[in-house]
Design a protein around this ligand. Structure first.
Ligand code: NAP
Length: 329
């Protein structure tokens, strides 16, 4: 940690654009928590694809410039603002959102976005929980109404959200199929809850999924790349099945008739629209999962803050995900 006096290192974005607009500065003032906020010494921060969309300026939500990206930090409470009783200096925590930005040595977060980090997980794992696990839970249960005994295809299972989805779905009694783009990714998916894995870079993998599911099809598809897969997904579903649109990077043409033949649904998922009550429900389930031992984030690639530009390049042009990408200050 490079905190001297009251300054720290932080990645700052002064204009929207390519990864090169991410500037690491070493003279940024350490933020001071206001009431109901805490200051966290950051030990690791998750890198999520959405942070690249926001940085590019082509996303619906644009922060005021300049800003520091990063919502999912894990670290240690440095101090707390007025009225905060749930945390004290020295507590290990993780967040689902920050106010000052997580790509930094220190970050301020609202106390209701901060959760205790179990000793069972290290800080890098703690930084892999926020967006990925809360999205996976929302897609499966709050929006997808998944039930034990149903089958789920996690289409893009090797990344942050995918592995989270496999672990949660398996623990909750679903039959889990997952896809990855490499042999290594498929093995990680199999070790993290999937009963069966397929390679989405293989030409005939959809035939293999169909062969595996037979006439029945899958009840739920958690889709990470809808602009590529949505039309095919509709043909993989069971009667009454649903595709949960979690990720999409462009438009796609579908045949609406494919939804009529099975009365299937296409449902959008947005973690951003989660209510306070839904976040609480989700946090309770996930914290239970950590205690029970089935929630164990897999950290793939790690980058120091100095390599943040490379991290943003790599998360979009991945040669094969192996779990969650994290920045380590
Ligand atoms: N709606 C929401 O609220 C929400 C929340 C969180 C994330 N997301 C979105 O969900 C997506 C996944 O996020 P993440 O954090 O898991 O990203 P990530 O860690 O970068 O993982 C990306 C995943 O997509 C897979 N993939 C690549 N090509 C694919 C294909 N043709 N078909 C299916 N999957 C493919 C990758 O597999 P390989 O690398 O093995 O090929 C990897 O498993 C992103 O687009 C993200 O923006 C949305």
């Amino acid at each position: 940690m490079a905190a001297t006096r009251n300054v720290m290192r932080a990645v700052r974005v002064f204009e929207f654009g390519g990864p090169e607009v991410l500037k690491l500065q070493s003279d940024v003032l350490i933020p001071v928590p206001k009431e109901n906020q805490v200051l966290i010494q950051v030990h690791a921060c998750g890198v999520n694809p959405v942070e690249t969309y926001i940085r590019s300026g082509n996303y619906a939500r644009k922060p005021a410039l300049p800003y520091t990206p990063g919502s999912d930090v894990a670290g240690v409470i440095e101090c707390v603002g007025e009225h905060v009783t749930a945390f004290k200096k020295g507590d290990r925590v993780f967040t689902t959102g920050t106010i000052s930005g997580g790509y930094a040595d220190y970050a301020v977060a609202a106390a209701n976005r901060v959760f205790p980090l179990s000793d069972k997980l290290d800080f890098r794992q703690g930084a892999a929980i926020g967006i990925p696990y809360f999205t996976a839970y929302r897609a499966l249960f709050q929006k997808g109404r998944a039930k034990a005994g149903e089958s789920v295809l996690v289409h893009g299972a090797s990344g942050g959200v995918g592995i989270a989805t496999c672990q949660i779905a398996r623990a909750c009694g679903l039959k889990v199929l997952g896809t990855a783009g490499t042999e290594e990714g498929m093995n990680i998916v199999l070790r993290n809850g999937a009963h069966q894995a397929f390679n989405h870079r293989e030409a005939n993998y959809i035939d293999k999924v169909k062969e595996h599911t037979g006439m029945e099809g899958v009840d739920i598809i958690i889709e990470m790349l809808s602009n590529v897969n949505l039309a095919t997904d509709l043909q993989l579903l069971s009667y009454g099945g649903r595709v949960m649109v979690v990720g999409s990077r462009g438009p796609i043409e579908i045949n609406p008739r494919d939804t009529m033949s099975k009365e299937s649904s296409i449902i959008g998922v947005s973690l951003f629209l989660e209510t306070e009550e839904e976040r609480h429900e989700c946090a309770t389930a996930l914290l239970d999962g950590i205690e029970a031992g089935w929630l164990k984030p897999i950290v793939g690639s790690e980058y120091p803050l100095e390599k943040v530009v490379k991290a943003h390049e790599d998360i979009i042009h991945s040669s094969g995900a192996r779990g969650k990408m994290v920045l380590v200050p």
